[in-house]
Unconditional design. Structure first.
Length: 547
């Protein structure tokens, strides 16, 4: 199997990073796994984990300064407990490293190439409040990795040794598509790392572009438009967005003005009610607010779909979170229309504190109509945010705008029209979107194309060993050694299929197919060709090789 793998150059500080609550493990079962290949190690090199400076540490799988795989966790962000493998792996061969936090048995475990666990007692769990980014190829702000990696995964469960052996797969790395049903259970994320360069995609997701806008209140960050298309015109309006708050008491979106006491307000959606409950406002023609105060608050550091709409015929405003109960409030009259009000995502217009959003938002849409039950079911989509291309024609009816909010910074494009883009105020950046655990490429992580053989070795009871390296063959009463890698005789034989002794997958494989009958054998090989004809006492081998 020929495929790309990620290639890291530590001297260039190359690494892959993301920040997502799904990887903030606590006192729970965790399994980390990756294929790695590196040469001589003289300093600590991070493989994968969330490990910052003192006070901000969580978990880390790394190679110590002698090349020994080690798994460390912190229960308080500073102190740590670790378990190490019994030997180094800095031999330029591929190795499969598996690290486990077994919360049920209060153990840290590590396995290399499917070997029996090394263990260490640990009873106090993993520090989940760390704000350190998840990184592949580094540990904290240093300890950069030099070498190759492939098939990195993280699970919220503790694998048994039998399950580790199945993942090891006889030495052949598994792509996400190869994982069994059991291996998909409690899978947080899996990266094949087959991209040639750039950001690395979580396998099983549809696109690399599902990023979310990241708002920082302290920096007064928000997105806005002064276009009159966002004015209600006295009609019903609807708004929906996926949000992930780091703090409550903040505004999701609004169409309001900046001058207190001036008639410049239409509606808001926020988490700024008493005890941080969700709210929705509309203003009537004489600037009187009608307020819907929810009975609930949004969960912190978790994604929720917020949906707000009006129904003037019924004199109601409505609010729904995910698939939860629809909450409503009586109103009178129609919503005010004011061209001076500004459409803003992540801010309100009035007051000395604009209560800017702190956290993430994505897939924000605005309509001039009410939502139906079918609209809301489609928008929720079982908990997976929709791309604009996924929206039905019915849902697009009376749509004003659809902002994916997946840009790295700057103007946010409107996927529905070409002229209702959002201005970036004070540099709204981007972060991990819901259900899309892509890895951001920092400093240009490269790739290498390698050949992963379908098996490390062939064993034949008939006395025939095939391969490109030296082969040893037990032939009673003699032992034969062949530097050409082809040995035959009457006893059992084993031979690795590579020109490099003890090689793991990759590097000039010599794959072969053997057909045999009583007294003759024919061998064909992919890296050239060989034909072998054998009788009971004599053997003639003819071979040609290229590449």
């Amino acid at each position: 199997m020929s495929r790309n793998v990620a290639t890291f150059v530590g001297a260039n500080s190359e690494r892959l990073v993301l920040d997502d609550p799904a990887l903030r493990y606590g006192d729970e079962n965790v399994t980390l796994a990756c294929w790695a290949r590196t040469g001589a190690v003289s300093a600590v090199m991070g493989l994968m984990g969330r490990w910052g400076s003192a006070g901000n540490r969580s978990y880390s799988l790394y190679l110590d300064a002698t090349g020994i795989p080690t798994f460390a966790v912190s229960n308080d962000g500073t102190a740590s407990t670790s378990v190490a493998w019994s030997a180094d792996v800095d031999d330029s061969d591929w190795h499969y490293l598996v690290a486990i936090h077994d919360a049920a048995n209060n153990l840290l475990k590590i396995s290399v190439d499917g070997g029996a666990f090394q263990t260490q007692a640990h009873t106090t769990g993993i520090y989940s409040a760390s704000t350190a980014e998840f990184q592949i190829g580094a540990r904290g702000s240093a300890d950069f990795y030099t070498g190759d990696m492939a098939s990195d995964g993280a699970w919220a469960k503790a694998f048994s040794l039998a399950q580790v052996t199945a993942l090891y797969n006889g030495g052949t790395p598994k792509l996400h598509a190869d994982l069994t049903a059991d291996e998909l259970v409690s899978l947080t994320t899996y990266w094949d790392l087959t991209e040639a360069s750039g950001d690395r995609n979580e396998q099983g997701s549809s696109t690399l572009t599902k990023r979310a806008a990241k708002f920082v209140d302290a920096q007064d960050e928000y997105l806005s438009s002064t276009d009159n298309a966002f004015s209600s015109g006295g009609s019903d309006v609807a708004f929906a967005a996926w949000v992930n708050p780091e703090l409550l008491g903040r505004f999701v979106a609004s169409k309001t003005g900046f001058n207190v006491g001036v008639d410049e307000n239409e509606w808001t959606v926020d988490t700024a009610g008493v005890a941080d409950v969700n709210r929705a406002y509309i203003w009537d023609a004489i600037e009187v607010p009608k307020i819907l105060t929810s009975a609930s608050s949004l969960p912190l550091n978790s994604w929720s779909l917020v949906m707000f709409w009006t129904d003037h015929a019924a004199n109601k405003i409505y609010l729904q979170i995910n698939e939860g109960a629809v909450e409503d409030e009586d109103t009178s009259g129609s919503i005010k229309s004011d061209d001076d009000a500004i459409y803003m995502i992540g801010r309100r217009g009035w007051g000395t504190d604009n209560a800017d959003w702190q956290g993430l938002q994505q897939a924000a849409g605005f309509w001039k109509r009410s939502f139906t039950s079918d609209d809301r079911t489609e928008l929720y989509n079982g908990g997976t945010p929709l791309d604009y291309s996924d929206l039905s024609d019915t849902l697009k009816t009376a749509m004003v705008s659809w902002h994916p909010l997946n840009e790295q910074s700057g103007v946010r494009d409107d996927a529905h029209t070409s002229d209702l883009d959002l201005t970036d105020n004070n540099t709204v950046t981007y972060a991990q979107a819901k259900d899309q655990l892509w890895l951001l490429d920092v400093n240009g992580v490269g790739s290498s194309s390698v050949e992963f053989a379908p098996s490390y070795e062939y064993t034949g009871s008939g006395g025939l060993a095939l391969g490109g390296a030296a082969a040893t063959m037990g032939l009673v009463p003699h032992v034969y050694v062949s530097s050409g890698g082809v040995v035959f005789g009457g006893g059992a034989s084993t031979q690795r299929l590579s020109t490099t002794p003890n090689a793991r997958p990759g590097d000039d494989p010599f794959t072969a197919t053997l057909t045999a009958s009583n007294g003759s054998s024919t061998l064909t090989a992919s890296n050239g060709s060989s034909t072998l004809t054998a009788s009971k006492h004599t053997t003639v081998l003819t071979s040609s090789r290229s590449g």
